[in-house]
Design a binder for this molecule. Sequence first.
Ligand code: NAD
Length: 422
Amino acid sequence: MLSYLDPARPQPWSSFLEQVDRVAPYLGKLGYWLETLKHPKRCLIVDVPIHRDDGSLVHFEGYRVQHNVSRGPGKGGVRFHPDVTLNEVMALSGWMTIKSAALNLPYGGAKGGIRLDPAALSRAELERATRRYTSEIGIILGPGRDIPAPDVGTDEQTMAWMMDTYSINQGGTVTGVVTGKPISLGGSLGRREATGRGVFIAGREAALQQNLELVGARVVVQGFGNVGSVAAQLFAAAGARIVALQDASGSIINPAGIDVNAAISHIATAGGRLIDFPGAEQIDNEAFWDIPCEFLVPAALEGQLDATRAARVQTRIIVEGANGPTLPVADDILAERGITVVPDVLANAGGVTVSYFEWVQDFSSFFWTEAEINARLESIMVAAYKAVAEVAEEHKVSMRTAAFIIACTRVLAARDRRGLYP
Ligand code: NAD
């Protein structure tokens, strides 16, 4: 996998800044406020010391960035990964500002993370790291201030520990401080699947727009975690063929179609690695990018589609499950080649949308059925897709720039109305 930790490669925050610059010509008078988006409101770096199970002491570095809160509290995931940096978290928080506004959710953008490898820690060590991190960043969290959720390397258990730690420090249970919680602790039905479901809906809408038949369409997915696996399941359920998958263990291919549920069960078994899945053949990680398909779904980490890969991929539609998988230079090449990119800030917004539902349900202590949640998610995603497609058509710009136009207009109009303090 291409890594932005390689100093020769562009950093995620520079990609975000470049995307913001591309919107400038379309903002009219609101352009006066554009610099706001280039300066995260608040960046907190915290030391996370824990005792290892063997009694030794280890320190990790943790971050929480609130990029913009003009339209509401900060909202964004928490990532546990060995490559987490402040630069990455800043970019991810910026994309959350854009995503919340593009979907018209009443949130700003935030993100957090700890630079650690969750696979190298025991469950007890992970719990200690999560609790210490939550306590350290607790001064800027709260249901009306900043609401974390799961991201790469974190899950509903992480959110349960975060909610419990924050609640203990507050002296009472505060379910609305995080989303993506277990159902038994005020979580929402449908949240675990929401991001992958949104990716599928966005891909389906793009196919509809291009008169592309889903049945029999070939789909290639990078990242087979929460987002990638659910998106693959839904594409397969709609009759598409999942011809290749890649995760941290390697890449596999089966032109006749990979049995997605069997691959998920295989990984769920102790020590099961995607690359050993018996229903497909292993292929080289770089050859993965040459596989012909109708849909390519990057659902792992940032910066995967660079100029070289953008010139090589053999697909019609890229649906970005991951945040920031395509570099700006690659966007231009893909546009020239006529490949549609449904951008992250739209395609993977299903997660934050159902997080919003969870937050609302926690406030009212009244919980909706899964059918209600999926129906509301469907209508919000479809409306957002159509709005972005319309703006793209109107200005003859990419769907990414169109989503940024809609989002930046909303964020900067709020900034303009609120004015500057003092
Ligand atoms: P996850 O931890 O559940 O899965 C991550 C997947 O990426 C795993 O399959 C892992 O093996 C794979 N991966 C990691 N390193 C890799 C490498 N070097 N090469 C290839 N694959 C690699 O995480 P997730 O929640 O599915 O998140 C995936 C992406 O989706 C991230 O960019 C995240 O920010 C984004 N996203 C997640 C959510 C959410 O609700 N979880 C919402 C919006 C966006």
